[in-house]
Design a protein around this ligand. Sequence first.
Ligand code: NAD
Ligand code: TDX
Length: 332
Amino acid sequence: MQKLLVTGGAGFIGSNFVHYVLEHTEDSVTVLDKLTYAGNLDSLKGLPEERFQFVQGDISDAELVDRLVEDCDVVVHYAAESHNDNSLHDPRPFLDTNIIGTYTLIEAARKHGKRFHHISTDEVYGDLELDDPERFTEATPYNPSSPYSSTKAGSDLLVRAWVRSFGLQATISNCSNNYGPYQHVEKFIPRQITNVIDGIRPKLYGKGENVRDWIHANDHSSAVLAIIEKGRIGETYLIGADGEKNNKDVVELILKHMGQSHDAYDHVVDRPGHDLRYAIDSSKLRDELGWQPKYSNFDAGIEATIDWYRDNESWWRPQKAATEAKYKEQGQ
Ligand code: NAD
Ligand code: TDX
């Protein structure tokens, strides 16, 4: 039984992790979340009160962070500014949260000698050609493209330096694109599902040939738990479920499951610097820690996700109009 401090636990992947931990372990959880536009307390409804508490605050608030880190056994750090498109229009919050916020947390974990797990992304490795037979491994050199991915890369390097210079008891994981419930409607899959619900045609950036390596958020959670329990200190583990799909195929799948014609979507202006392809080789995680993904049927996973957005309109509706208005300004 451990006390976990989960930063960013009111966001998409953090909230899925909190539900997963409280369901599958005896651990207790404190969430520290600033509740930015991306945080939603409704994602944390119905959790057992005796094992869960919520603290609203900023991971860059050194005094608050010091107190909360002292009081836990393990810090699991999800909090971030996470959306590439936002980072292209206003990079500053990405530096504040992803760099300074991570720095604040690792300083507290170092001071109190606490176990730290840093959540990161495959985007730190840049992108691959469509026909490249290689996939990302833990040895791939860092080559981030966007303000978002460069600040995530910077945060990874801070954690690595704190391990080497100060003996921080940390592990890092870099995961591919997640899908599932509680994902903000600014992101690709929920945006298109909720567009179709609203009678708006899905929007594909550029030609739609860009490839993402999709994993269900619950598989990400089980991998993070395995790393916290069995991972070697100082190591990085790549998390992926062999889910490569191009964006056009994903939109067509959503349209099929929602009873629309396969070509009922629009091409819109491409994202500047748009990474072409991500692909993860997760052999190290599988071989060393015995982890396996459970949600490997993407078709069924998308169907369940569509059902979730249909059944939980009150969760996403308040964000929808403002999100689409912002995209419209950008021609997307
Ligand atoms: P999200 O944007 O849905 O959630 C981020 C959460 O962090 C929100 O609840 C927000 O309120 C909180 N937050 C932001 N700034 C904060 C601050 N300064 N202090 C405290 N809380 C703050 O993001 P997500 O998609 O759930 O991503 C979570 C983590 O996983 C990020 O670190 C991201 O880089 C990483 N990741 C995401 C994906 C993906 O597909 N979404 C893939 C790999 C890795
Ligand atoms: O309307 C859209 N149309 C479209 O074609 C949107 C919102 C996106 N796209 C494309 C861009 C990407 O190729 O879909 C793909 C996925 O886009 P996003 O959901 O914005 O994700 P991505 O940029 O790939 O980054 C995500 O995965 C890695 C997360 O947002 C990051 O936090 C994570 O690190």
